[in-house]
Design a protein around this ligand. Structure first.
Ligand code: FAD
Length: 452
């Protein structure tokens, strides 16, 4: 008998699960109320990186003196920027849709909710349909957290969803929140010429990240004229005429033409019928086991809704693992998602990427590790690129040489980290990396240097 799988949410978790499950022989229905590709394509990863790509080009052009070229003064055009973001989103949306259709996934547009343990109701306009499922996958993602002290209006007070680009490019922007999203938006709008104030509630930007990494970013921000309100927690935002005031609990006030909230996200679990069918949640996130099953074993949750690591790459991997599990593949060799080995990146300038064990965590745990570090300034390619900021750091086991983690700060860090990600996930040693013949001149040589 054919296995019927209904998936709610067409983001990276849902669409990857659908493709794999269909490939493995399931009859799959994917329900999406908005666009295939999900918030990842529409609001998060893709538009933010498309804008940062343009911002990066602007700051690169601002740094070309010293490369044998005349200075160029780039002008950012809001309309062209918007078309570029739309074009990239549409291209990715249609290639994902084509892939799903090629696997014969049935795509339904509508709002879905569970109406029984094996039943999902889909409402499309004025019509509704109840689907029967052997397995249900909940992959409805998350949305920006809005505090009760701020009212985003999409004009002066923005969330990340109003920023691609906003109706008017901010001249003076106050970014509230200094996690990954906050610092990426600081970099983005500062590249477009905005004066930025960043409200940092803790003692460093990127709380929880390696302090050495955070320090590089702070120094860069300061050198670019970004004002940092360290140790200040925003508690009120007021729009007065054509400017915005952000009040902080330490008495400081930041003034700008716009404010942007980047203070985390909340899960899209309301209205999904979870309580009615008895699915356990914690703070709105579905409680799952290591196979991503909820307390109802035939109902899985993936992506941001699972309350694990909120990254597209993780969401997609979870979707794949669920497809394998539902289709019985876990009975053979099967690896669970290991969140501690997920590579991640922050698309600032310089770029920041890391994977596995951090030096600060090893230190806090009293764990003996070997740390080797090489600055970008020793690299011929970094010199050629006219950008010698940053470093490569590798954390390994002193007894076996197995690579346990690493951080890279610098140009193309998000690409370079793949070597360390592979090493961490495949338990390769520093000698394996050091013995690899890399291209010369290339930034990859920094990895072999740091591994020696
Ligand atoms: C500004 C920003 C930038 C980011 N950049 C990156 C990045 O560079 N790299 C990275 O790895 N991660 C990034 N992330 C995180 C990443 O976007 C999320 O982890 C990822 O989108 C989660 O995927 P998902 O499939 O769980 O959900 P989503 O992508 O949120 O998709 C969920 C889908 O479910 C649909 N849905 C919800 N409820 C229903 C319903 N009842 N019926 C039908 N459909 C429904 C929604 O419309 C949505 O399309 C970023 C996040 C933000 C906020």
């Amino acid at each position: 008998m054919v296995t019927r799988i209904v998936i709610i949410g067409g983001g990276p978790a849902g669409n990857t699960c659908a493709t794999y499950a269909a490939r493995l022989g399931a009859e799959v229905v994917l329900v999406e109320r908005d666009v295939i590709g999900g918030a990842a394509h529409l609001w998060d990863c893709i538009p933010s990186k498309a804008m940062i790509g343009t911002g990066g080009a602007v700051s690169f052009l601002n740094r070309i003196s010293g490369m044998g070229l005349d200075d160029v003064e780039p002008q950012v055009e809001n309309e062209s920027l918007k078309s570029r973001v739309d074009y990239i989103e549409n291209r990715l949306g249609s290639s994902t849709t084509d892939l799903l259709m090629s696997q014969r996934v049935r795509l339904l547009t509508g709002e879905a909710r569970m109406v029984g343990p094996h039943q999902v109701e889909v409402v499309t306009g004025s019509t509704s349909e109840v689907l029967e499922a052997d397995f249900v996958v909940l992959a409805t993602g998350s949305r920006p957290r809005i505090p009760d002290w701020a009212e985003p209006d999409g004009t002066r007070v923005l969330t990340t969803r109003h920023a691609y680009p906003p109706p008017e490019m901010p001249e003076q922007l106050v970014v509230i929140g200094s996690g990954v999203t906050g610092v990426e938006f600081v970099h983005m709008f500062n590249s477009f010429g905005a004066q930025v104030t960043l409200i940092v509630s803790r003692q460093q930007v990127l709380p929880g990240k390696d302090p050495e990494v955070a320090a590089v970013l702070e120094e860069t921000f300061i050198s670019r004229g970004v004002k940092l309100f360290i140790g200040a927690r925003a508690n009120n935002v007021e729009v007065i005429g054509d400017h915005v005031q952000v009040f902080c609990d330490d008495g400081r006030t930041a003034i700008g033409s716009h404010a942007l909230l980047a203070i985390g996200s909340v899960p899209n679990s309301d209205g999904l019928g979870l309580e009615q069918v008895g699915i356990k949640t914690e703070n709105g996130y579905v409680v799952v086991d290591h196979n991503l099953r909820s307390n109802l074993p035939h109902v899985y949750a993936a992506g941001d809704l699972s309350g694990k690591l909120p990254l597209s790459s993780v969401a997609a991997m979870q979707g794949r693992k669920i497809a394998e599990h539902a289709m019985g593949l876990h009975k053979g060799p099967h690896r669970h998602v290991d969140y501690d080995k997920a590579a991640s990146a922050i698309f600032t300038e310089p770029e920041i990427a890391d994977v596995g064990l951090a030096e600060a965590d090893a230190f806090a745990e009293g764990r003996k590790v070997r740390v080797t570090k090489v600055p970008f300034s020793v690299s011929a390619k970094a010199l050629i690129n006219n950008d010698t900021r940053g470093f490569v750091k590798i954390i390994s086991d002193p007894a076996t040489g197995v690579v346990l983690g690493g951080s890279i700060v610098g140009r193309h860090a998000a690409e370079l980290i793949s070597v360390l990600a592979l090493a961490v996930n495949a338990s390769l040693t520093v000698t394996d990396i050091a013995n690899s013949l890399m291209v010369h001149p290339s930034l990859s040589e920094l990895l072999t240097d740091a591994a020696e």
